[in-house]
Ligand binder design. Structure first.
Ligand code: PRX
Length: 645
């Protein structure tokens, strides 16, 4: 590993940074030694409260009980909008850049506030009350921010479902959260392609009795099927809605949103975040990790369907009164220079994206980058998966021209915000390392037996002590929350990732240690893909593993056993790919389907995934112990067929 490479903090970056090297240690120490005082100060500094809290924090990990600022009252939309109006009402809150490079718009804080109040009234007219769940299934239209914030204004809990998920996946999520209203668009546009959003909703809600109304944003303008009783046009409802809507005063621990993510077993889990702690943590990390200053143009390329879109495109930036850019399209449309054209067009200062995008653009050559100017860029960010040093160096030298530090931010849907990260004015960078913990975060490494390891170590990443942005439960299944995160390593939060800590205390995330794979920064449970495959009547069994993929980080490798006597054909392979797309979405489509007459199992019938992972990764001389297999000949056949892939 290129550990010898160290990129020291640049004086010009440090000069204007909020947090500088000499102050960092003391501040970090205070954050972990006097957490109560530290977080109380931050909560006062970052948020407007209408009533002070009674207790700063309270937790009992074995019960999965985590509370921050209980008794305190606030409203997220007030913190993201109303309180900015006097000072920055005419400042742009959101720059929206369309899929089509000729389309863009700028929305001021004043305008956004007005639209949010109007849509909050629309939701009320449609019967949505505090605590009700609203599903948001939208492409990256500017109205997405309005809809999310309008939910927070009246205390409705939003559940954003990524627009790339299929009707079937949408249905599961609507049912799990028992959503009363769905907000969608007629169609989406991405990379010049059309996405049938409303049609997917229609298909999904055929089986969702909980849904009373579907509010539809006119985006493409193409005709869509219409049910007079259930469907409402967004623009018509907005035209009739008053723009005055008092904000609901929420308890800090009232639910804010549910966001589904994949685990190693079972169906996706609805991660629940609450109001005060989440907003504080999103805002504080946004300000310090990206060193956001007034007037900066900030761009996070994530989709609102993922937690990065929630915390670092909407809530963190708007809470800080920032100008945040929202991009409807993809990095390679109309060509692979799009990101950098947008950077120049809007004079972006801070740019936050995923390693998979960096790798895809790197593969297209430097010309697409160098034909742009990019002199506005000051800070770069990376999130979602480990960034390989080669991609890091390209991002740093070619995109940033050696001028912009890269914040490699490690975190998860469950953590609400960034936990391990450099800070621009503080941390010397090592390509591929997420470096050091943010304030208040206490990472540790454990061995497989649950013993803490000190000094340089490689093992399981755990986090001691809660932080305000931490998830509070899995919606409707608190026991699963306890079992997943707090059982294996008592007293700690188990993140599901492995990590190495080097001699300087820097953390290097090595990837998931469970059956979750990370495909282009999208988190998928192998069990979900397997469940989709075995729905086919000709499939007897399926085992899915991740394997190294140059662009996606990990690809999806599926071993499929057909029923006895069924011939494996190309047509069947295509049917299976379609089935996965239909059940989950295009992001879950296997890259490889390998036919197998049998899967390697222990005598007790457990599939030995370790072997399947090694074969998929081409590590054939390193299969480990196969003596416990019920039928070792299965492995030989699997290796033989792998060679044909
Ligand atoms: O494996 C880690 C990886 O992404 C997982 C979390 O996925 P998700 O909940 O979808 O959230 C993604 C956006 C925060 C983690 O368990 N991951 C995320 N960031 C990094 C990372 N792996 C290495 N380095 C990172 N910077």
């Amino acid at each position: 590993m290129s550990e010898s490479k160290l990129y020291r903090v640049k004086p010009e970056i440090a000069a204007s940074a909020y947090i500088k090297q000499p102050d960092y240690q003391a501040l970090y120490r205070r954050s972990v030694e006097q957490p109560e005082q530290f977080w109380a100060e931050q909560a006062e500094q970052f948020l407007d409260w209408s009533q002070p809290w009674q207790t700063v924090w309270e937790y009992d990990y074995p019960k999965g009980h985590i509370r921050w600022f209980e008794g305190g009252k606030l409203n997220v939309s007030v913190n993201c909008l109303d309180r900015h109006l006097a000072q920055r009402g005419d400042q742009v809150a959101i720059i929206w850049e369309g899929d089509n490079p000729e389309h863009d718009k700028k929305i001021t804080y004043k305008a956004l506030h007005q639209q949010v109040c109007q849509f909050a009234n629309v939701l009320k007219v449609q019967g949505v009350q505090k605590g009700d769940r609203v599903c948001i299934y939208l492409p990256m239209v500017a109205e997405a921010a309005t809809v999310m914030l309008a939910c927070t204004r009246i205390g409705a809990v939003h559940s954003v479902v990524f627009g790339g998920f299929s009707a079937e996946a949408l249905k599961d999520r609507i049912l799990d959260a028992d959503c009363k209203v769905v907000v969608c668009a007629d169609e989406g546009k991405r990379g010049g392609k059309t996405i049938p959003i409303k049609a997917n909703v229609d298909e999904a809600i055929n089986n969702c009795p909980c849904v009373e109304k579907v509010i539809v944003i006119k985006n493409s303008g193409n005709p869509v099927s219409w049910d007079e009783n259930r469907n409402v046009w967004y623009h018509e409802a907005m035209a009739a809605a008053p723009d005055n809507c008092p904000a609901e005063q929420m308890d800090a621990e009232d639910p804010l949103f549910i966001l589904y993510t994949s685990g190693s077993t079972g169906k996706p889990k609805g991660i629940l975040h609450t109001t005060g702690g989440y907003l504080l943590y999103a805002a504080m990390t946004h300000k310090y990790v990206f060193d956001y200053h007034d007037g900066d143009i900030y761009w996070c390329t994530a989709d609102i369907g993922w937690v990065t879109g929630h915390s670092y495109m909407i809530y963190g930036p708007l809470c800080n009164g920032a100008t945040t850019l929202m991009f409807e399209g993809v990095p390679t449309y109309p060509d692979a220079g799009r990101f950098w054209q947008v950077v120049d067009k809007h004079q972006v200062n801070i740019f936050y994206t995923a390693p998979t995008a960096i790798r895809a653009l790197m593969a297209q050559g430097n010309d697409f980058v160098t034909r742009s100017n990019r002199s506005s860029l000051r800070i770069l960010g990376s999130v979602g998966e480990p960034i390989n040093p080669e991609a890091w160096e390209w991002y740093y030298h070619v995109v940033g021209e050696g001028r912009c530090p890269i914040m490699d931010t490690w975190w998860q849907t469950e953590t609400g915000g960034i936990l391990i990260t450099p800070l621009p004015g503080v941390t010397a960078l090592k390509p591929g390392s997420a470096t050091l913990p943010f304030f208040g975060i206490q990472p540790d490494i454990m061995d497989g037996n649950g013993n803490l390891m000190s000094g340089e170590a490689t093992g399981i990443l755990v986090i001691g002590k809660p932080w305000p942005g931490q998830a509070r439960t899995i919606y409707g299944d608190h026991q699963r929350f306890v079992d997943t995160y707090f059982k294996a390593y008592p007293g700690y939060y188990f993140a599901g990732d492995g990590a190495r800590r080097d001699q300087d205390g820097y953390y290097w995330i090595t990837g998931r240690v469970d059956d979750v794979i990370n495909v282009s920064g999208h988190r998928l449970g192998t069990a979900e893909v397997e469940s989709a495959l075995v729905l086919h009547e000709l499939v007897a069994e399926a085992a899915v593993v991740g394997y190294p993929h140059d662009i996606k980080g990990q690809g999806i490798y599926a071993y499929v056993t057909l029923n006895a006597g069924v011939p494996p054909t190309e047509a069947l392979r295509q049917e299976l790919l379609q089935l996965v797309r239909k059940e989950i979405g295009a992001i879950a489509t296997p890259d490889v389907i390998q036919w197998a007459t049998g899967l390697p199992k222990t005598r007790s019938g457990k599939i030995m995934r370790r072997i399947l992972r090694k074969v998929a990764a081409d590590e054939l001389d390193n299969l480990g112990d196969t003596s416990t297999l019920a039928d070792p000949s299965v492995v030989e056949e699997i290796i033989k067929n792998h060679a044909k892939q």
